[in-house]
Write a protein that binds this ligand. Sequence first.
Ligand code: AMP
Length: 303
Amino acid sequence: MRPVLTVGSVAFDSIKTPSGEVSRIVGGAATFFSVVASFFTHVRLVAVVGDDFGETEMKVFGGRRIDLAGLQRVSGETFRWKGEYGEDLNSRDTIYTHLNVFQEFKPHIPETFQASPIVFLANIHPALQLEVLEQVEEPEFVALDTMNYWIEGALNELKKVLERVDVVVINDEEARLLSGEANLVKAGCAINHMGPSRVVIKRGEYGVLMVSRDGFFAAPGLPIEDVVDPTGAGDTFAGGFVGHLASSETLTDDDYRQAVICGSAMASLSVEDFGLSRLLGLADEDIRRRFEAFEQLTSFKQL
Ligand code: AMP
């Protein structure tokens, strides 16, 4: 089992979905990723919070395999984000993004984290993602997430980071925007050519397509009747995906395929409640059963 270093946002989220509304709950891309990956391996978190992030909020990290030596606490308010979903949960409006202490964030990788074999760069400015890579010693494996905002606003820096990563975890809309290709297969191949040997394209409730130089793998989305809140599903997917790879002895194509299912299983659990609620109470048994549900969903008899 190898430790995973992650850098990204820790936030206060407010969320409105057809199922209800919550405000000021703990969220953030790096939070979802860390909580989920910690079911599979040890996580080293690098992020920033303000002085409004108290003992109660810190409890989301407590009792888990999450090393907080890289969590900076500075004076000011924690990053805040509010999202509102449409009836079918596929469309989301960002109501506000208050960067607050995140605005001045400079990732500082503690000495004890610098030899991390696996790195997940959550969705932050690509220049910061590069700064992280400058501070770590030749990781075995680097994965990256990004978003429209950086594809449109910091493409040159993003392309520089892409040259140095092994896997990109990205949603379908972002894959199209980044590659300029409408077809997802072509989009995946075009991103392959930018550097990463694997491109994992998240398609929301429709599942995941993994494009590598050797071929494709696809996983469906698990049919779920009561989707309460999709917030963080992408970061949760990444937590299960990278977490599984960190706990594998090898990095074969089979390991990557299992990792896609682990990510999908964790994301399918996450959407069943608001924010981190479902994830915080999970038992290993819940994860195993969800993995089996995927096996059942995709198994069929040969003709
Ligand atoms: P997702 O649903 O996968 O897009 O992730 C939502 C999470 O990302 C929420 O917990 C937000 O706090 C966080 N988030 C939203 N916008 C940003 C941003 N610009 N930078 C970093 N994190 C963000």
